[in-house]
Design a protein around this ligand. Structure first.
Ligand code: ADP
Ligand code: MG
Length: 380
């Protein structure tokens, strides 16, 4: 897609700012962000591209070739419109409240991050818009500050109660690294993830995610119940992060059965994510892959947030030559899987998977071979 020629057709002349902002996938550490755990996302190859030029009438005018739709709003009258432009308005709203001097602009925004598939197209778009405003304001903010503002935009303006992982990954990831994010204090560590002979394959299951939000709320409540009960023995524990697998083993019999399973997933997954990071640091990709498989099994058997589709995709992948590990990623039920596979087998894996999955489910999967990309950045 040539955004410069689209810009010239719509607005005439040349844009003055060019930027990109990736989607993200979580490699391991699932359903632990709200328990103060660790997550390990990386920026994927699918991204939002945006070109723009400032205007002097305090309007933001954006053309989206993916929706073939041009939308606008005034910086002096930010109100929900019920369309995709709300994500840009949300960012303007929080940046203004944060004291950033906003300038209007016109631009073209394109993306090949699949929408609503769990690869954070919304965070990718938000961070892109934030970088645009900050560039025009010549305001300097760290990636973490940008991420926190965009999370606030989604929480307060869009009304989606997301955690910080998506925006942080989009804004702060580095090329050839995964981002180890400690959800307790938001401290971050760049973990080298330059895969010479391997690649990450992301597969969109095309399965409905409706169940995910009610299950998500139910799981959160069960985690709170589990913590409250465990605090009888461990009053110093502020979250499930503070409970070790050994401590849980001593008392899990005292928890209601389902709560015990949920807590076992969380406590196990937090420990597993740390082990997976150690495996990466020591170059043991086979072990990293095993941790991915264990994570999926735990999400399936203990947290019970997988589905026929996600189990099919990951079981199928694990049986293929060159696959080191495969798991669901995101909230569950629908969305995507993530698979670590030998690079030269990745394309064929995707093609055959799409074929067999369509026969088993009547659904059209899509797959991408990804390497860890740089987070959002101004290109010029
Ligand atoms: P995801 O898991 O992909 O973040 P969401 O439901 O949170 O799914 O966000 C998807 C919505 O974000 C889209 O329906 C659209 O309104 C908006 N969006 C994402 N990317 C873009 C884009 N490049 N241009 C316009 N709107 C976008
Ligand atoms: Mg989103």
């Amino acid at each position: 897609m040539n955004l410069h020629s689209l810009f010239a057709e719509r607005f005439g002349g040349e844009p003055t700012v060019v930027l990109r902002s990736p989607g993200r996938v979580n490699l391991i550490g699932e359903h632990v962000d709200y328990n103060d755990g660790f997550v390990l996302p990386m920026a994927v190859s699918m991204q939002t591209d945006m070109v723009l030029r400032p205007r002097d009438d305090r309007k933001v005018v954006l053309y989206s070739p993916i929706f073939d739709s041009q939308m606008e709003f005034s910086l002096d009258a930010i109100e929900k419109q019920g369309t995709w432009i709300d994500f840009a308005q949300a960012v303007a709203f929080v940046l203004h409240n944060d004291g950033v001097e906003l300038t209007g602009f016109e631009g073209v925004v394109w993306s090949n991050v699949p929408l609503a598939s769990g690869l954070s197209s919304s965070a990718s778009f938000e961070v892109a818009v934030a970088l645009a405003f900050l560039e025009l304001a010549k305001a300097d903010k760290s990636a973490a500050e940008v991420a926190l503002l965009c999370q606030k935009a989604e929480n307060q303006f869009i009304g989606v109660n997301c955690g910080i992982m998506d925006q942080m990954a989009v804004a702060a990831c580095e090329k050839d690294h995964a981002l180890l994010l400690d959800c307790r204090d938001l401290s971050m560590q760049q973990v080298p993830f330059q895969l010479k002979d391997h690649a990450i394959v992301v597969v969109d299951s095309d399965a409905p995610r409706e169940l995910a939000s009610s299950a998500y709320n139910a799981r959160r409540t069960q985690c709170e119940q589990g913590l409250a009960l465990l605090q009888q023995w461990y009053p110093e524990a502020k979250s499930l992060r503070d409970i070790t697998p050994d401590q849980l083993a001593l008392h899990s019999g005292a928890l209601p059965e389902e709560v015990a399973k949920r807590v076992a997933h969380v406590v196990g997954e937090i420990a597993r994510t740390e082990e997976a990071v150690e495996a990466l640091k020591s170059g043991d990709l086979a072990k990293f892959g095993r941790k991915m498989n264990e994570s999926h099994a735990s999400l399936r058997d203990l947290y019970e947030v997988t589905s026929f589709e996600l189990d099919f995709l990951t079981d199928w992948a694990r049986k293929q030559p060159g696959v080191l590990g495969s798991r669901m990623t995101g909230a569950g039920f629908g969305g995507c899987t993530v698979t670590l596979v030998e690079k030269d087998k990745a394309d064929e894996l995707i093609q055959r998977l799409i074929h067999d999955y369509a026969i088993a489910t009547d659904r059209q999967a899509r797959g991408w071979v990804c390497e860890a990309q740089e987070g959002a950045e101004i290109l010029g």
